[in-house]
Design a protein around this ligand. Sequence first.
Ligand code: SF4
Length: 374
Amino acid sequence: MKKHRIRHFQKQLMNWYAICHRPLPWRKTSDPYLVWVSEVMLQQTQVKTVVPYYQKFVRRFPDIHLLAKTDLEDVLKTWEGLGYYARARNLHKASGIIVKKYGGVLPDDFQLLRKLPGIGEYIASAVSSIAFGQPFAVVDGNVKRVLARLNAIDLPVNRSTSNTVFKGSADRLLARNDPGEFNQAMMELGALVCTPKRPDCGNCPVKRSCEAFRSNAVDHYPKRVKATRTPQFHIATGVVCKGQKVLITRRKLEGLLGGLWEFPGGKIRKDETAETACIREIKEEVSLKVKTDEHLTRIRHAYTHFKIVMDVFLCSYVAGRIRLNGPIDFQWIRTAQIDDYPFPGANHKFIPLLIDRLRKSAGSQVNVEKRLYK
Ligand code: SF4
């Protein structure tokens, strides 16, 4: 695009954004801490999902000092359900560094931001432009799609080898007099008008600048390379009951779902049934001998790069003392306490059923005792 056409494009886009943008809660502020929190949440998660989590999070942690001094487990509990828990762990870790090193003020230096845990190119660009008005273009999925159509870019949007081209294209279009507003306008255009399916080209404020529209080739963009099939794993999980209590274990802090609590279990091997895998996994993870009493349910859950099918068993404690091999902590809790701990989404799919099942068996136990002692 020539320079005068870029200026025209910027003007059309910004005028449209001024009138049509959604009044999202994080758009009412340029507080770097709040901008940072919102951008971390918006990575890999849709706006409508983020809104209630953002509101809950900033109510609980209105400033960075409070976030930094709060226990990670409380942060994970507030984040519970939003997924990608590494984001919460990094937010917490980075808040500690910012308080210690920068007196609780986010640095207005792109390179310093990039050095903080969990802050990559996208978040550093978003915070630098929106909170500090610095000329860094953001390139997320929405922006890539818009750029691919605007400039008829033939490269696949889902290959990292294309990133330099998309970044260069975004840099050339960036309105340097108001980069924060411009970046948000590009993302909003992708979310509301230049959508993945059936973009609303007739009402698009930048259709006259759009290469794909002018050549009647909107359907050809963006290009994608075919994703490989998502692998699926079969998991066995055991709810070990001892009296009125159940056993929960805490995952190590690093890696997938790090720091969350769960019921012990793991992958079923080729030569095993779900039941034998459940007994073996519990023995390996916590050194307890248990027996399975009942198949509670089977649930399915999808993570970004794989799916699981999980068979859940009610188990009874048989023998042994807990020695941890993998988990970093354990607790015997009553089901009424489950809400006090952050659990992964897959566990939440069977927790209501578990509570109901244990309540019924506790009720029938009481009835038996009443009959016996009448
Ligand atoms: Fe997207 Fe259509 Fe606008 Fe081009 S004209 S940017 S394809 S919505």
